[in-house]
Write a protein that binds this ligand. Structure first.
Ligand SMILES: Nc1nc2c(ncn2[C@@H]2O[C@H](COP(=O)(O)OP(=O)(O)OP(=O)(O)O)[C@@H](O)[C@H]2O)c(=O)[nH]1
Ligand SMILES: [Mg+2]
Length: 336
């Protein structure tokens, strides 16, 4: 049956013919698909794998408009190349740093903003928020009003950064609609653009997030996804390591400190993850079958493990890290 009705939760076209296919619902009278229904009501998630090509096309279309764009990123998973999005979308853009609530309270917003501004990528403004905790949402709305060029404002970013969560907050705070977009800790929750009219002056357009193949989120099961995604303020864990000592996080990553003076490693990862410290790495081969990457650490840098978080390392030295070969890691100037 031909149908153009879309799911109000994830944007997919609804169909009542094939249970195994995207957009299935048992009745076209329903407003959301079965997948969204299960996520919302039972917390039962169903992973879908998507190619970025389709999603990049959506972003290219956004780039053809003159509308304001909110680029939402997750503070714990700041992309290495935040400027890449600029190549696709030249529009006026606010960089929205989301999930402030998972960073320790002592981390100042001004410091985060300055860090991003120093990267020399042009945004109209950098704003720190927490969609979940309703932090700075009023301020964000004010700035949207200030910069918007038409009614339409697009919300883009990587998958899981909290785009739909942010829009839900704006719906709840500033409109009388009851629509709720589907949110989930799994990647690729939103499957197509969704248009939400907040009021006569503002229409928000949610988009599917770009998938980072190098993110740990794409390489672990649902249980582990929940474990690595912090929902509460992270309590940083600091370890003083000497040469030949190492840290092992669950069965996910091993960090060997192989060269340098006594050094301080602070982990900004979910409190739910177990960390083990080896006092002598020489006799222990745990996780050493994973892919090895060596980094020469300079003063005050972070080792970023995509999808997991980061490790602040204070002094210079050499580390070997062992991790699934498909997961991106990189060093950057320390964020905190
Ligand atoms: N701690 C915290 N978690 C958040 C916040 N905002 C969103 N999340 C969580 O991040 C996960 C992803 O949220 P979504 O709103 O589904 O993210 P999205 O960007 O729409 O993801 P896609 O639709 O897959 O592109 C969910 O588990 C949310 O609860 C926040 O401010 N703080
Ligand atoms: Mg979404």
């Amino acid at each position: 049956m031909n149908n153009e009705k879309r799911c109000l939760g994830c944007g997919v076209i609804l169909q009542d013919e094939n249970v195994l296919q995207e957009g299935y619902t048992n009745s076209l009278e329903n407003d959301i698909c079965q997948r969204c229904f299960r996520m919302k009501n039972y917390g039962e998630y169903q992973m879908v794998t998507k190619s970025n090509e389709e999603y990049l096309d959506i972003l290219r279309e956004v780039g053809k408009t003159k509308d304001l764009v909110l680029y939402v990123t997750d503070l714990l998973n700041l992309e290495k190349d935040i400027e890449k999005i600029r190549e696709i979308i030249p529009n006026k853009m606010i960089l929205v740093l989301n999930k402030k609530d998972v960073l320790p309270k002592s981390v100042k917003e001004t410091k985060l903003i300055k860090y991003l501004e120093d990267k020399n990528v042009f945004f109209e403004e950098v704003i720190v928020i927490s969609a979940n905790k309703n932090l700075n949402i009023d301020y964000l709305l004010k700035r949207i009003k200030y910069y918007q060029t038409s009614k339409n404002v697009y919300v883009v970013g990587h998958t899981n950064s909290g785009k739909s969560s942010l829009i839900n907050k704006l719906i709840k705070n500033y409109s009388d609609k009851t629509q709720e977009l589907t949110m989930s800790p799994l990647p690729s929750t939103t499957l197509n653009t969704i248009v939400i009219e907040i009021n006569d002056y503002l229409t928000l357009i949610d988009t599917p997030g770009l998938v980072e193949n190098g993110s740990l989120l794409n390489h672990v099961d649902e249980k582990m996804i929940k474990k690595i995604s912090p929902t509460k303020e992270i309590k940083p864990r600091t370890y003083q390591l000497r040469k030949n000592q190492s840290l092992i996080i669950e069965n996910l990553v091993r960090i060997d400190y192989v060269e340098g003076d006594k050094n301080s490693f602070t982990l900004f990862i979910s409190n739910n993850l177990k960390v083990k410290r080896l006092l002598n790495l020489v006799n222990n081969d745990e996780l050493k079958d994973l892919n090895k990457v060596t980094y020469n650490v300079k003063y005050d840098e972070d080792l970023v493990i995509s999808g997991l978080g980061f490790v602040k390392i204070v002094n210079k030295g050499v580390i070997n890290i062992y991790i699934n070969k498909d997961i991106d890691t990189f060093m950057r100037k320390s964020l905190i």
